[in-house]
Design a protein around this ligand. Sequence first.
Ligand SMILES: NC(=O)c1ccc[n+]([C@@H]2O[C@H](COP(=O)([O-])OP(=O)(O)OC[C@H]3O[C@@H](n4cnc5c(N)ncnc54)[C@H](O)[C@@H]3O)[C@@H](O)[C@H]2O)c1
Length: 320
Amino acid sequence: MTHETILITGGAGNLARQLSDEFASAGHNVVLADLPPAAPDVPHEYHVVDISDRERIELVLDKVRPDRIVHFASLLSGQSEEDRARAWQVNMDGAFKLFEAALATGVSSIFFPSSVAAYGAPLPEVVPPDQPQWPTGLYGVTKACVERLGVYYHHRFGLDFRCLRLPVVVSRFAPPGAASAYASRCFVEAATTNHYTFRVRPETRPSLIYVKDVLRAVQQLITAPAGQLTRRVYNLQALSPTAGELCRAISKRVPGARLQFAPDAEVVQLIESWPVRFDDTIARNDWGWSPHFDLDMLADDFLGELIDGDADGRRLRGTG
Ligand SMILES: NC(=O)c1ccc[n+]([C@@H]2O[C@H](COP(=O)([O-])OP(=O)(O)OC[C@H]3O[C@@H](n4cnc5c(N)ncnc54)[C@H](O)[C@@H]3O)[C@@H](O)[C@H]2O)c1
């Protein structure tokens, strides 16, 4: 990919702040758009944009003239259930306005992160590529709709829409508003406060992915030659540990950590309706997807970084 100007909506969020650094290191010009206020230390051009404000989006696209938009602005699962009207306004209307503004200003490429939440129970143990989507939460409903909207803009107007249904992402900045944040917070809290209470069951087991694999997958998909893509929306599989297995992986590396379970029925019901494992053969065949991190590597890397900035975890394992 030649050096591009990439505009990231939801640019102050968890994934955007990590992806923006990767893009910048690869030589791209990164421009962020999000609600106010911009964090004072954001190292990239930053525009205050409410994604439900069509005029403002168009003004910023006109000014920035991005080669590509990465559309991360969204309310997450927990927030969407708490404020359905706002979730519809941001996740649905916001995406529609962004697609329309992209057409009006000549932006030709949009990447969109869908989610495991775009499916709902009952599901087979391994979710096939064309499994019907009947999401149980509003967040998942909006994700499934925006997938379809993007495919429509691709077929009707030639927009280069590319989308990944991301498993639950394990990441340092996972926002507490996501019901799925437990998979990240258990590591962060164990490393920083030495205790964590899981609000899911030890058996709860949605498909997970480490943030470093997400950053790689996004870059691989958006740089894949168009001729190699046989679809617009791809499933990914990385790992599917139970919460109990996460707990044991942490205990092994942070021996004094006090980890306990106090399941919340609503959280359990939502997360246990999500896929456990995907058939991601098409992503592997089309653009070479393959995850790097299994649970041991993830735990070493993540806890290593959280505890002492030692990304490969050698010191944690006593081999550094
Ligand atoms: N983190 C995960 O596990 C995961 C999994 C699957 C998909 N995703 C998707 O990836 C994207 C990024 O997720 P994240 O984990 O970084 O979440 P995040 O909550 O950290 O980021 C979302 C950003 O959207 C912004 N936003 C909200 N309303 C807005 C509005 N009206 N106008 C402009 N910006 C607005 C928020 O301020 C926030 O910075 C989201 O679309 C999310 O649905 C995340």
